[in-house]
Design a protein around this ligand. Sequence first.
Ligand code: WTA
Length: 635
Amino acid sequence: MSYYKIENLEQYFKHYNKSVREPRKFWGKIAEENFTWYQQWDKVVDFNMADAEIKWFTEAKVNMAKNCIDRHLNKRGEKTAIIFEPNDPTEKALHISYNELHQRVCKMANVLREQGIEKGDRVCIYLPMIPELAVSMLACARIGAIHSVVFAGFSSSAVATRILDSDCKMVITSDGGYRGNKTIELKSIIDEALEKCPSVSSVLVVKRTNTEIDMKSGRDIWLQPLLDEASDNSVAEIMDSEDPLFILYTSGSTGKPKGMVHTTAGYMVYSAYTFKNVFNYEENDIFWCTADIGWITGHSYILYGPLLNGATTVIFEGVPSYPDFSRFWEIIEKHKVSQFYTAPTAIRALAKENLEYVQKHHLKTLKVIGSVGEPINEEAWHWYNDNVGTKKCPIVDTWWQTETGGIMISPLAFITPTKPTYATLPLPGIQPVLMNDKGVEIEKNQEVGSLCIKFPWPGIARTIWGNHQRYKDTYFSAYPGNYFTGDGALRDEVGYYRITGRVDDVVIVSGHNLGTAPIEDAINEHPAVAESAIIGFPHDVKGNALYGYVILKETGELRNKENLFKEINQHISDHVGPIAKLDKIQFVSGLPKTRSGKIMRRILRKIAEGDFSNFGDTSTLLNPEIIEEIIAGKN
Ligand code: WTA
C-alpha cells in the first residue's frame, strides 16, 4: 500500500493513525517510493526535543535539484515546468520545459562553480519574480550551496543584515525589477547594502529592466555572457540528508531576524507530500501560487513542492492591481490555472473592487483555491468561495509557518469538508496539542490555547543559523517536549482547528480568552467596514480592554462616526458576545503591514498605550508612513 496520496476521508484517518503509531514506517515508505536517493537512510527519524536536535533520514544521500528536474526528464522532458507571466501583459509569457529547465540549471550551476562557490557556501539571491530566481535556487541546490533568498522589496539595510548574519559569499541580483507601473532599482540597493558586507566577493547581475547601473570592477559580473559560455553538463553534488538546503529569514517578535535553516531530505519529502495532497494535484494541472518566492510559501509551493511532483507552476512577476484589478483573473483564464493559492489580504483587497473584474473572466478551469498567511475572515472566505470558486472549488485554508517548511493543518481538497475560518484537520504526521498557561493540555472544545506540535515532522526547520540556543529558547522551552508555534487555536467538537491568531494577540478581557480574529470578523461584517485590527490595552477593571483600528469603505466615510461606533459594537455583541465590545475605536486609512500582508500589532499596541517611542524593527513594513498618521489621529 502506498501512502503518498490520500484518496478519501476514510483513508485520511487511516493514514493519519498510521503516521502517529508508526511514523518511521509511514515516512520511510513515502520517502522510499517517491524520490531518488544515492544511498538509503539509517534511521527515518532521530530526535531529542529537549535539545531541539532533529534529524530525518539520517546518513542518506540525495540531491534536491535532481529530484526536482532530472528524475522527470524521461517521462516529462517536454512538459512545461514553469510558466513565466511577466508584469506587463503585453510581454509574451514563457513556457520552460523540464528539459530546458535542466539545461538552464546546469549552466547556472557551472557558472556558480566557476565563480568559486562550493558546497556549503551561502549565496544571497535578491531577484524579482523572474525565471532566473528559480534557476538560481535550483543551481545552488545542485551544487550544494545554501541559498538565502531575500525578498526583493527589502531595503538595503535589511538585506545587509541578512547577508552579514549568514556570511554570504555571493549575491545574485538584477539591474532592476518591474512591479506594476514601478521599476525597482535592485542593483543600487545591493550596492548600498554591500558597503557593509565584506564577505561578498562577487555579484552576478541579471539584465531585466535595462536600467543603467554601476558595475564595480572585480566584483560585479553580468550573468548572461557567463551562461552563454557555460556547459550544460553538470554533475550534481551528493548531499547528506541533513545538509542545509536553504536559509530563510523570518522576523521574530524581538531582536534581529531569525535565519531558519531547512535541510535537504526532510524538507524535500514534506514539501512534495503536502503539495500533492492538500491541493489534490493531478498530472496535467496548472498550479499557481501568487506569493513571492522570497517567502516560505513561494519556496515550498511555487518551486519545490510543484517541481518535485513534476507539475507545471506559474511564476507571476507583477501585482494584482496592474494594469487593473482583473489581472489575477485574467491570468487564471489565460493559463488555464487549476489550483490558485493566495493570501487573505489579497482576497480582501480584490473583494473591495468592482465584481465585474472577476465576472468578465472564465475561471472554469479552477478546481481548488487556497489561502495562507493569516486567518481568513468569514466575509473574505465567502467572497472567495462565491466569486472565485463559484461554490465548486474547495477552499483550502492552509495553516503553517516558515519554521514548519510545509502545510501543517489544512483541508485536503475534495476530501475534508471545509468550514469557514477553520483550517480543519492536521496533515498525517502532525500531532497538534493545545496548551493552557500552566502548560497543561486542553481537552475541552472551543477553548483557546497555545498551539504546539508534539512530534517532529520531516519539514521542520532544524535550527536558527548561527544560534541554536535561540532556536531552542524560542520553540522548545515554553512547553517542554513540544514545538511551540506562537499561535493560538481552538478545536471544535469534530476536532477541527481554528487558528485564532498569534498567542501574543490573544487578549484576556475580564478573564475571558478572546482571539482577535473572531472579533475582527464581526467588525468586518459591518457593511461600512473594509478592514480592522483590534488589540488589548490595560484596563483597571477588566484587566484588558479592546481598542479597534478600523478602515472604512467609502460609504462608511460619509457616516456619523458616533453612530458607527455603536453599530459596530452591536455587531460584535451579536457575533461574539458583549464581552468583546470595543472600549475605544479609531478610524484609520490604513494599518501597518509587513510585506507579506501581516498586521504589525505590536505597533498598534504601543500607539493605543500612548507610547510613541521605539517601535522596534520596522524594516519589514510595507507602509511605515501610516504610523505617523495613526498617532496623529489617536483619540
Ligand atoms: C499565520 C506563512 C491563520 C500564523 C506560511 C503563523 C495563519 C504565521 C495561516 C506564519 C492560516 C499562516 N490561518 N493563520 N491559514 N497561515 N498563518 O512564517 O500566525 O510567514 O504563525 O509563514 O502566519 O507566517 P509565515
